[in-house]
Design a protein around this ligand. Structure first.
Ligand SMILES: [Zn+2]
Length: 311
């Protein structure tokens, strides 16, 4: 599963130490992010830059990601930069395949949609990119105090926002999402959301609502989306999913009923597939169907289910 490596030490004790952070920044590495897209170098890894690089001229305040040895890792949002070409090419569809290049960088370097490159990154780099994407999105979308509406200030090296008007402190949010492999004997329940690529199916998923346990959220979501009653629920894994700020909580859930009544507002279609049918899809023998993206927790849940049955 992508994004699950622990990454460097987050060194939270340094977040309030402006002098230490300034020293780390002088020799540190900075990952520029443009509108949620990390810079990739010519070699295909993350494109770390030194302080003062021309690409960072449009950067907002650096956010401290962590420390490994003497090296400090930072990220900076350069979304205010407008590429000479390519900004208008950003696609609004399921996956943005456009790549933006910067005149101060080699032509092979560019800003890529993270979902498109996540499985090519080394585990620690993928985790750093996920952290950077999620925290910078939080700053861009939470610039005003939720209590009084005044503009808030970045604090604690990017891990807090403070309101100068009312004194409220705000912290980066992570939204829990349950994603469940629903089984009934030898079959698994898979669905597709409106707007997904033709033939693509995955596990059902939904946001945990206030006041819910993980298990309650699984039962409610599956009933709402597919009309299936769920018995036992077992959380098995989790994955940060910075699109924009989710924590996916993977569960295995046992269905007690079989008749699907899908909610067209939530699901385009849902169906039961046997283990043999899912194996055929994973093996590429069903051109009409495709599975959850490699690296995503749904892919992991499905492969684990197949493996548990002795294949
Ligand atoms: Zn306020």
């Amino acid at each position: 599963m992508t994004f699950t490596a622990p990454g460097p030490d987050r060194a939270a004790h340094l977040r309030g130490d402006a002098a230490a952070l300034a020293r780390l920044l002088e020799t540190g590495r900075i990952l520029p992010m443009w509108r949620g897209k990390p810079l990739l170098s010519a070699s295909g890894g993350l494109g770390w830059l030194p302080q003062g690089h021309p690409v960072l001229a449009h950067g907002r305040a650096p956010v401290f990601l962590g420390l490994s040895g003497e090296t400090g890792w930072f990220t900076q949002d350069i979304s205010d930069w407008t590429p000479e070409a390519g900004a208008e090419a950003v696609q609004q569809g399921f996956l943005d395949a456009s790549v933006q290049t910067h005149p101060a960088l080699p032509p092979e370097a560019g800003f890529h949609e993270l979902r498109a490159v996540m499985t090519r990154l080394a585990p620690d780099e993928a985790s750093l990119a996920a952290t950077a994407r999620a925290i910078l999105h939080w700053h861009r979308s939470h610039g005003f105090c939720a209590t009084c509406g005044a503009a808030s200030d970045l604090a604690m090296a990017g891990w807090q926002r403070n309101c100068p008007a009312c004194g409220a402190q705000h912290f980066p949010r992570t939204d829990p999402v349950v994603i469940m492999l629903v089984t009934r004997g030898n079959r698994v329940l898979l669905g597709r959301s409106p707007g997904w690529p033709e033939g693509m199916y995955s596990c059902l998923a939904g946001f945990v609502e206030p006041g819910e346990t993980i298990e309650t959220a699984v039962r409610r979501e599956v009933m709402e989306e597919a009309g299936i009653r769920i018995g036992a629920v077992r959380p098995v894994a989790s994955q940060p999913w910075p699109f924009p700020a989710s924590l996916m909580i993977g569960c295995v859930a046992e269905a007690e009923t079989e008749t699907i009544t899908h909610d067209p507002a939530e699901l385009d279609h849902a169906m039961w597939l046997t283990r043999e049918e899912v194996l055929a899809v994973v093996a590429g023998e069903r051109p009409d169907l495709s599975m959850a993206r490699k690296g995503a927790i749904a892919h992991y849940l499905i492969l684990n289910w197949l493996a548990d049955r002795g294949d």
